[in-house]
Design a protein around this ligand. Structure first.
Ligand SMILES: [Zn+2]
Ligand SMILES: [Zn+2]
Length: 157
């Protein structure tokens, strides 16, 4: 399957909302910050960063809820209007053009392992990270970790 023809679908738990990414994401974050731990009720959040116009809503409605974020600038979380499962976010810092799709809502989440682990300073100690994936204590510069193709796509935003 080529990058351009790849189509990746997902949805919420009640099945009212279905969406798809029309290409591979730019990059996948596994975030171990306390905010993601609280929002997910788990140890980390897995987010696929992708251009907003490459996320198509196929069915149902999302409700966008303003939510505080670690940066203090806030995030807009799109949730199914029925079951309230979070599907993606836009962060104020990254702008409306970039979405953080919750990888766990994709039909085939195994396809998108993390490209980087971030905020590992607050990683839960039982989570063991593979040496083969970059990991940073807080955040990072995209220019140092993203593939050239993804940097070019981001520059086009
Ligand atoms: Zn739902
Ligand atoms: Zn986080």
């Amino acid at each position: 399957m080529t990058t351009d023809s790849a189509v990746f679908a997902g949805g919420c738990t009640c099945r009212a909302v279905r969406y798809r990414m029309t290409s591979r994401p730019l990059f996948v974050h596994c975030c171990h910050c306390r905010w993601c731990q609280r929002e997910t009720g788990s140890a980390f959040a897995l987010n696929a960063l992708i251009e907003a116009d490459r996320v198509e809503l196929l069915q149902g409605e999302v409700e966008v809820i303003a939510t505080p974020s670690n940066s203090g600038k806030g995030q807009q979380i799109a949730r199914c209007s029925k079951c309230r499962i979070a599907l993606w976010s836009n962060y104020a810092g990254a702008g409306d053009a970039l979405r953080f799709v919750r990888v766990g809502t994709l039909d085939e989440p195994d396809r998108f392992p993390p490209d980087i682990h971030i905020f590992t300073a607050s990683k839960q100690p039982w989570v063991l990270l593979p040496a083969s994936t970059p990991a940073v204590p807080e955040y990072y510069r995209a220019s140092q970790h993203w593939p050239a193709e993804s940097l070019a796509r981001r520059a086009a935003l």
